[in-house]
Write a protein that binds this ligand. Structure first.
Ligand code: URA
Length: 434
């Protein structure tokens, strides 16, 4: 087989066989297929799509490039969650310790920033010393000891996803249902959790623009989970405006800390509870959603979720003095609050523009391997539906220099829209699939 023939076949809209998909995935992972052919192939997949069978074959081929952890050797049932990607989406930083604090082990494999969306690994690595490249032994022993673990793709766990992910991030090949489904599900299957909650985002700041696409992605991932003998459920949730206040690595870690200490923004707390209650229910740590919600609320209130977060940071080598005293984190060079230029009801805070601006400020990558500036980002102070007067604080911009600040200020003001008549707040969850 030749890589170029497989690229041409997909370019011409034909269906690839399991052998062809395995050949391509294996070749890219072991380096025999170069980046430029892989970028061309992922673009052909993005443009021409894949059948559910091809997507399943792609997922299993990616899983097959590494090992599959068997978590049942250390815990009876471990749960995992994954978001399809959003702006300001620091949900994992809160729900993982929250659910673990409720007695349900969480074995999680996360990703880095992708396109205009942030990544859990980048956020956690903004805590000095925090390691995400865990070996299999470390993953299992940490899960056994403290009941929660947060790892990235490694040379042994879903290595193909690590390579495709970094390539897609900078080659315009992120927003494709088969590529997203296989990326997420290969990580979930490799990391071994028996029950999975998927958070599929829709809207301006998501890879899925509408309900139909989101439902297709959600159903596909749930079906792949079932084929791999895992339980799964998918929430379809809003990503038209950024989630919570903070967008940017250190800013999001600080917001997660506030939330774990009971001082998080209301809508973000609510979203975390929505995800946590699904994890506790599917993971059989609660009889029903009502009991799960109660447990999650208690763990936030009584400090046990916060304690769990400290355990996670410590176990993975992070310097907990930063999370205990977030004032220790470095700050961006320029931090300034921007006022509203208008009076009215906020009708839009364009999440994609906010996410792209954060990337351009240095919070995300323009090319593979770019170093991040963990300090930069944006605090979005208002939500859609809020009434705001001209001159009220609208957002706080954290930039590395004056040129970046000027670029971002204009774009972020333009990301906001005002209406003279009342605007309904955006819902958090639209649907549940599975
Ligand atoms: N999260 C992932 O892990 N992969 C994607 O492609 C999108 C979101």
């Amino acid at each position: 087989m030749r890589a170029v023939d497989i690229i041409i076949k997909k370019r011409d809209g034909l269906v690839l066989s399991r052998e062809e998909i395995e050949f391509f995935v294996q070749g890219f992972t072991d380096g025999s297929i170069p980046d430029y052919q892989a970028a061309s192939w992922t673009m052909a997949v993005l443009l021409n799509g894949m059948t559910p069978q091809e997507t399943t074959d792609l997922t299993m081929a990616m899983v097959g490039t590494g090992e599959i952890l068997d978590l049942s050797v250390v815990v009876p049932l471990a749960v995992d969650k994954h978001s399809s990607g959003g702006v300001g989406d620091k949900t994992t930083l809160v729900v993982e310790p929250l659910v673990a604090a409720c007695g349900l082990p969480v074995g999680k494999m996360s990703g880095r920033g992708l396109g205009f969306t942030g990544g859990t690994l980048d956020k956690m690595e903004s805590i000095p010393g925090f390691r995400v490249d865990l070996t299999q032994e470390e993953f299992l022993s940490q899960l056994d000891e403290i009941g929660l673990v947060l790892s990235g793709q490694t040379a042994v766990l879903a290595p193909a996803d690590g390579k495709f992910y970094a390539l897609r991030d900078v080659s315009g090949t992120v927003d494709s249902i088969p590529l997203i489904a296989s990326s997420i599900m290969s990580k979930k299957i490799a990391a071994g959790a028996q029950a999975i909650v998927l958070d599929v985002k829709i809207g301006l700041g998501a890879f899925m623009a509408n309900r139909e696409e989101a439902t297709e992605l959600a159903q596909l991932m749930v079906d792949i989970a079932h084929l791999a003998n895992r339980k799964a459920i998918a929430l379809i949730s809003d990503m038209n405006q950024p989630l919570g206040v903070a967008v940017g690595n250190i800013l999001e870690v600080k917001e997660a800390i506030d939330t774990l200490k009971g001082k998080g923004p209301e809508s973000f707390v609510e979203h975390c509870l929505d995800v946590a209650e699904q994890m506790l229910t599917i993971g059989e740590a609660a009889a029903d959603i009502a009991e799960a919600r109660q447990k999650a609320e208690d763990a936030l209130r009584d400090g046990s979720a916060w304690k769990s977060f400290l355990d996670l940071v410590q176990a993975q080598g992070g310097d907990i003095s930063y999370v205990e005293d977030p004032a220790k984190f470095p700050l961006a060079k320029i931090i300034k609050s921007i006022k509203s230029p208008k009076t009215g009801y906020l009708s839009q805070i364009h999440a994609r523009i906010v996410g792209e601006t954060a990337v351009d400020l240095g919070a995300g990558r323009a090319k593979k391997g770019d170093l991040l500036n963990y300090t930069v980002g944006i605090e979005i102070l208002r939500e859609v539906g809020d009434y705001i007067n001209e001159g009220d604080d609208l957002f706080i911009l954290h930039a590395a220099n004056q040129a970046d600040f000027d670029m971002a200020e204009k774009r972020l003001i333009n990301a906001h829209q005002w209406s003279d008549s009342a605007v309904d707040p955006l819902p958090l969850v639209y649907d549940i699939v599975g």
